[in-house]
Design a protein around this ligand. Structure first.
Ligand SMILES: *Cc1c(COP(=O)(O)O)cnc(C)c1O
Length: 360
């Protein structure tokens, strides 16, 4: 079997060009006679790899100097704990619950302080983003937390909440580098890289320097302090070096493609193909509020679980993989991250039309 169109939500498709390059460099990276995996993280070639990776993501996202970029092990879920452990000064935080990952983060934060729910869309199975322009933000809140793109449900904040001056903390795992962002609007933004950037197991944290403190929740392990990683340039201990190397290649690939504005244009074009079809289809429908639709994760159903199952099975036979929705919501989900070519989206739309004709 050759390469397929892989619609997995994560770990997910990576640019073929990047994988080929990595394969070519597997046995001998740049004349070093070894793989990046085998190389000291203190060696000159690796210093160059991590340095270039940081410089390139800074350039792509236009990250100001008063923000640190940290490469931290443990995926996105470790951040659910690191955020309250490091950011709670008053022991209070406000959370907006727009899906399971936000809820997990909220439940984790409860271990470290008083946590309030400012708004939630759980009443309608997270199919929309609540209006967040005039929320009762707590007087003493250390931050306001959102999950910006809800991977499981296929919704995204199109407008950031008004946090009334409190730092905004955002999980951007599934929309990382999919479009330009104004970093200055956030106190901290982070994401697990396996959705849109690289291999699983690492998170990239972009944090405003004044939020990095030595005084953290009592008993916080050294490895879970932002300060540890910030002071050491993400080299306090052995970092996930191969992951950083692949992420760096993806950053370069993005730069070559024209950066994040070009990616946004491409991603909008891709998502439009699916949403336009879903809006006219008599078999499939999107269950998500139109204004809140994600560009990255497109969810849809037929309304008949056995027909959904048949669709996923036949799509797989046609080379369109991992279209099953999250186990908690059922239906289908097409994750169409940066590295999914428009040809894959067109092939999916064509397959859906054919399936509709055959099954209506
Ligand atoms: C996948 C995902 C997570 C969890 O990531 P891990 O790296 O598995 O911990 C958290 N938040 C969002 C938005 C995600 O999509």
């Amino acid at each position: 079997m050759g390469r397929v169109y892989n619609f997995s939500a994560g770990p997910a498709v990576l640019p073929e060009e990047v994988l080929k390059e990595a394969a070519e460099e597997m046995l001998d990276y740049n004349g070093s006679g070894m793989s990046v995996m085998e190389m000291s993280h203190r060696s000159k070639p690796f210093q160059e790899i991590i340095g270039a990776a940081e410089a390139d993501i800074r350039e792509l996202m236009n990250i100001p100097d008063d923000y640190k970029v940290l490469f931290i092990q443990g995926g996105a879920s470790t951040q659910f704990a690191m955020i309250p452990m490091n950011l709670m000064k008053n022991g209070t935080a406000d959370y907006i619950i727009t899906g399971q990952f936000a809820k997990k983060a909220y439940n984790e934060a409860k271990k470290y302080g008083k946590v309030n729910i400012l708004a939630s869309s759980e009443d309608k199975t997270f199919s929309y983003i609540p209006d967040c322009q005039d929320l009762p933000v707590s007087e003493d809140a250390d931050y306001v937390y959102i999950c910006e793109n809800n991977t499981i449900y296929g919704t995204k904040f199109k407008k950031l909440p008004d946090t009334k001056g409190k730092p905004l903390v955002a999980d951007v795992s599934s929309c990382f580098l999919s479009e330009p962002v104004d970093v200055t609007k956030y106190g901290l933004l982070y994401g697990g890289v396996q959705k849109n950037i690289g291999p699983a197991g690492m998170a990239i944290v972009i944090i405003r320097k004044d939020l990095i403190r030595g005084e953290v929740y009592p008993g916080t392990p050294t490895m879970l302090m932002y300060k540890t990683h910030a002071d050491a340039g993400s080299l306090y201990n052995t970092p996930p070096s191969y992951s950083i190397y692949i992420c760096g290649k993806v950053f370069r690939w993005l730069k070559k493609r024209g950066g994040l504005s070009a990616m946004k244009e491409y991603n909008e074009k891709k998502a439009k193909i699916l949403y336009d079809y879903l809006d006219e289809s008599r078999l499939f429908r999107s269950g998500v509020n139109k204004e809140d639709r994600s560009l990255m994760n497109v969810t849809f159903v037929t309304g008949d679980a056995s027909l959904d199952e048949k669709f996923v099975k036949e799509a797989k036979e046609a080379g369109l993989l991992s279209l099953k929705g999250h186990r908690s919501v059922g239906g289908m989900r097409a994750s169409i991250y940066n590295a999914m070519p428009i040809e894959g989206v067109k092939a999916l739309a064509a397959f859906m039309k054919k399936f509709e004709e055959e099954n209506l």
